[in-house]
Design a protein around this ligand. Structure first.
Ligand SMILES: C[S@@+](CC[C@H](N)C(=O)[O-])C[C@H]1O[C@@H](n2cnc3c(N)ncnc32)[C@H](O)[C@@H]1O
Length: 319
């Protein structure tokens, strides 16, 4: 095991990391200096692939294979027994995204199905990805002329970006920690706003207002994610097939919150949960069309495409 990881594990075991320095007492969703250094050493070290595999398995609800990967995850404090800890919950998203990114050979998601999502479509454009996570989509756009910037609300995702980029052998993307609902960008700064599997977590009224502000007069919005009708059909299928209470609760929250958000503009279940990703909504495409139209965007029906499962690639442009 790499020295940096070993030291971190020894210090964790002895309890000497607690209260070490201001940088080591950060809030939820952010790694302290020592946690980040240990994560870097572990992910880039010899057992990094095994560690990523163990975290990926847990992230998709499987049991992690016993072995060095799981041992390392426990030593880093990401897993206790067989369950992700709070710290593990902060790193699991970017690591899962990176494994998926490797599986699709570094391409943008659905790029083979939707021409608009191919890398050359972004040539010469200024692009902002809202909810960019570990930055894998930005890595797919590396070298495309123009500018690509990521935004994510959770600091840990941006802390992991340079590490994941090094694993990929690519430069770290440009990214800032911010909410999609309130970004640090100027009016009309971008040609394209991307929401890849992220719009469901946002306060969409405010996020659409912000996109309207930062996207210019010939700008476009690409939204990839599940929509209400197909999501409900899948949820009913899951209900009939199994008795997993966790999934039933997730689906119930998502359906109720989507309906109340569409009607009242707010979620009502799970609102005290720490992470916005715990309370997704899956608005109907009709509702999104209406909201986008109010802000001067029209959905491009020729390029908008249903994806496998309950997802859609919704493309809208300025009227
Ligand atoms: C499922 S991940 C998708 C990451 C990336 N777009 C991808 O396709 O790999 C969703 C991301 O959205 C971020 N997120 C959730 N709510 C957000 C908000 N209000 N503003 C900015 N980012 C947000 C989460 O922190 C998370 O990293």
């Amino acid at each position: 095991m790499h020295d940096g990881v070993q030291d971190h594990c020894a210090q964790r075991d002895s309890g000497s990391l607690e209260g070490q320095s201001p940088a080591d007492t950060v809030g939820w969703g952010q790694l302290s200096t020592s946690e980040l250094a240990a994560a870097e050493a572990a992910l880039l070290g010899e057992q990094g692939a095994a560690l990523r595999r163990a975290i990926f398995q847990l992230s998709i609800g499987q049991q992690a294979t016993r072995g060095v990967g799981l041992d390392l995850a426990r030593c880093l404090g990401w897993v206790e027994g067989d369950v992700l800890t709070e710290l593990g919950e902060a790193v699991v998203g970017p690591i899962r995204e990176f494994v998926f990114w490797e599986q699709r050979n570094g391409k943008l998601p659905s790029a083979d199905l939707v021409p608009t999502l191919r890398r050359d479509e972004y040539n010469g454009k200024t692009v902002v990805e809202l909810g960019c996570g570990g930055g894998c989509n930005l890595l797919s756009l590396t070298g495309v002329p123009g500018r690509q910037v990521g935004v994510d609300a959770m600091p840990a995702t941006l802390q992991l970006q340079p590490i994941l980029a090094r694993l990929a052998g690519l430069p770290a993307p440009e990214a800032v920690v911010a909410n999609a609902e309130h970004t640090p960008f100027a009016d009309d700064e971008f040609d394209i706003a991307l929401c890849y599997s992220s719009h469901q977590y946002m306060d969409l009224h405010r996020a659409f207002d912000e996109i309207d502000r930062i996207v210019n007069d010939h700008g476009q919005i690409y939204i990839m994610g599940a929509i209400f009708g197909p999501f409900v059909r899948e949820a009913i299928g899951r209900l009939l097939r199994g008795r997993d209470l966790g999934i039933l609760k997730y689906d119930t929250y998502a359906v109720v919150n989507t309906l109340t958000y569409q009607l009242l503009g707010r979620r009502v279940l799970g609102v005290r949960l720490q992470s916005s990703t715990a309370t997704p909504i899956y608005p109907s495409s009709r509702w999104m069309r209406r909201q986008l139209k109010k802000r001067g965007f029209v959905v491009d029906d020729v390029r908008t495409t249903r994806l496998p499962g309950s997802e859609v690639a919704l493309i809208a442009r300025r009227v």
